[in-house]
Design a protein around this ligand. Structure first.
Ligand SMILES: Nc1ncnc2c1ncn2[C@@H]1O[C@H](COP(=O)(O)OP(=O)(O)OP(=O)(O)O)[C@@H](O)[C@H]1O
Ligand SMILES: [K+]
Length: 293
């Protein structure tokens, strides 16, 4: 079983639907409210576990009811939570989402996710060193991403950096990462002053730009390759990127060749867009294998 360590955010999404969004100082009546576990780190951990990996999450929750719910959701998805420690006197990360007028407005409160510090990951260094692959995103402090890249480099553990949400990544992290998976918008911010083609050439077999329904683009050392994704009827693309990254990590950790790993990840991600919600659409291993036949 592939051992995957995911380092990142966990949160509770508080989702309200309303026919209209309130302006400043205004109150409107909403139609519905629900809470759903989210956060890019948590989403990717859950996706990897559903795809059959042995997943350990390194993250933090608050000492509130959301923290308990987030931990229960990890357990329900067979994610190891030994390194998801509650922060005392702090709230869990939350995303406050209003779905109205055909678009969303979101306020994110990082809270406990800010406590995924370099010192905190140092305490779990052994988990990182023992993993077949480490998967990280950018909803935690930048200095933590730097520290994880150092631990991975020292122990020779491959690091997959999903540079989302978009922010500039220190050169040392780009150097130390084995795989980097921005979407097109994130790639622009990461490689300012370079065209996508130039960036891909600079990082052969390391930079993989995801292009939504188009698939994934990379440079193999000789030429640019697009691995097309699968045609589906999209219902909700939320979580496509998270599913792609988790599935790519699982396939690589299992030793699958590069193109086969991308195809597996495209297949998993394309299945995820046929269902509502981020985690709601993440497929089980058997579904992916069945649909690859
Ligand atoms: N409409 C689609 N049909 C099939 N596959 C898709 C579709 N949208 C996304 N995917 C798959 O998911 C991968 C990631 O999608 P995308 O490049 O949009 O990333 P993203 O912007 O991080 O996604 P999101 O933020 O919506 O989760 C794609 O490379 C592809 O494999
Ligand atoms: K979805």
């Amino acid at each position: 079983m592939a051992k995957i360590c995911v380092i990142g955010s966990s949160s509770m999404d508080l989702v309200v639907t309303s026919s209209r969004r309130p302006g400043a100082g205004e109150t409107v009546l909403g139609d519905s409210f629900k809470t759903v576990p989210g956060g890019k780190g948590a989403n990717q951990a859950v996706a990897a576990a559903r795809l059959g990996a042995d997943v350990t999450m390194i993250g933090r929750v608050g000492d509130d009811a959301f923290g308990t719910a987030i931990l229960n959701n990890f357990k329900a998805n067979a994610v190891n939570t030994q390194n998801v420690k509650p922060v005392t006197h702090m709230e869990s990360g939350t995303a406050h989402i209003v779905l109205a007028e055909g678009d969303n407005s979101i306020v994110v409160v990082e809270a406990a996710n800010r406590e995924v510090t370099p010192a905190y990951v140092d305490e779990a260094a052994e988990v990182i060193q023992r993993a077949d692959i480490v998967l990280i995103q950018q909803e935690i402090p930048e200095e933590t991403v730097v520290r994880v890249s150092e631990i991975c480099a020292q122990s020779g553990t491959p690091l997959l950096l999903n540079p989302a949400p978009a922010r500039k990544v220190p050169d040392e992290v780009i150097d130390k990462a084995a795989y980097i998976t921005p979407n097109e918008h994130e790639a622009e911010i990461l490689f300012q002053g370079m065209t996508p083609a130039e960036a891909l050439r600079k990082y052969p077999n390391k930079l993989f730009i995801t292009e939504g329904s188009n698939g994934v683009r990379y440079f193999d050392g000789e030429r640019e390759i697009v691995v097309p994704t699968y045609k589906v009827e999209p219902v909700d693309t939320t979580g496509a990127g998270d599913t792609f990254n988790a599935a790519f990590a699982v396939a690589l950790a299992e030793g699958k060749p590069l193109q086969e790993s991308i195809r597996f990840a495209n297949r998993a991600a394309s299945l995820s867009v046929t269902k509502f919600g981020a985690q709601g659409g993440m497929p089980m291993r058997s579904e992916v294998e069945e649909s690859l036949k």
